[in-house]
Design a protein around this ligand. Sequence first.
Ligand code: SAM
Length: 378
Amino acid sequence: MLTVNAYSAAWLRRGFAWVYPAEVTGGRAQRGERVRVQAEDGTVLGQGIADDGWIAVRVLADAEGGFEAGVARRVQAALSRRVAVDATARRLVNAENDDLPGIRVDDYAGHAVLSLDSPSLDAVVPIVARAVDARSLVVAYRRDPRDAGPTPAARIAGGADPGEVEVTELGLRFAVRPALGKDAGLFTDMRELRRWLAPWWTGRRVLNLFAHTGAFSVAAVAHGAARVDSVDLSAPHLSRARRNFDLNGLKTEDHGFWGEDCFKALDRLRRTGQAYDVVVVDPPGYARSDAGGWQGEKDWPRLAAACLRVLSAGGWLVACSNLGTQSPRQFAGALSQGAERAGRRLRVLHEACPPADHPAALHFPEAHYLKAWVMVGD
Ligand SMILES: C[S@@+](CC[C@H](N)C(=O)[O-])C[C@H]1O[C@@H](n2cnc3c(N)ncnc32)[C@H](O)[C@@H]1O
């Protein structure tokens, strides 16, 4: 049993599912141990799993009943919350937003990937496997930058490695590899942004930065973009982007697939006077590279300015940030600073939200992590 302070108890009663180390006022638990969490007056608030990182306990089940049955009930509740989406790649369990902190489940045409924020959560694997009942199950780990230590490799926990699986999104085809876990190959939370952009690509010259496996590039070319240059540090990701072009019968010859650092590419494009009608920029929260790396919290002004220096007058900047710790107001501030540096002004045309398979819990402050804004530059 762990006892938490009044502040934590109030948040847990509201449905928040994390206990921070400084909030534990009594008891001890090892990483991975199942624990009951109580308020200082002895009221049991829930059951969870202890960790030794920046989170002390993730609360995964109600106070009453057994732990396993409680987790299974939450997984079932998450599944029953899903509505039909126009894709065979979709999120089934959305972590804190489905009251299952640190636990995400993605479905790729019947093959599941269970992503855990910490190896301490391994005990939930059989519970989730039973509830989801997929053709295969991969367990992958996402190390939070606030936690130290290595990230275990992804592993097959049910069925056989399905290899390449074809999924669809909004009528387009994509090859994913569930065994690669979080790098499976399609970021489904961008679906609504891709839907909104679909009518607007025709005839445009597009630069897709941090292109990954080219989901935006495929969508742009499929909807008539004149040319799309995709930039990503990872050569394997770009060859998967080419594969996605092939799957949709799109020619790769007329488009660029540039395996390089986005900042270097932007600098080269500026020096050679290139201009694009649309610049899509969807960086990870944090990244290392030869050019010095990237930290979303502080580097957006620099990145936005570099993008705007290659954006034609009246062109669109599509800027996405997935940092839960960065508020929309902070994102707007960073983009404005970048615009000022580049001597440009930006106006928001559209703010995309995550699709219905990514519900956002009002009792979880970081739920609205996604900023995916379409802006027009003067
Ligand atoms: C969040 S994903 C982008 C998702 C993509 N827009 C999509 O919808 O599929 C981040 C990508 O950025 C790439 N990356 C990270 N740092 C980079 C850098 N400095 N320059 C170029 N690519 C980078 C990674 O290889 C990864 O493919």
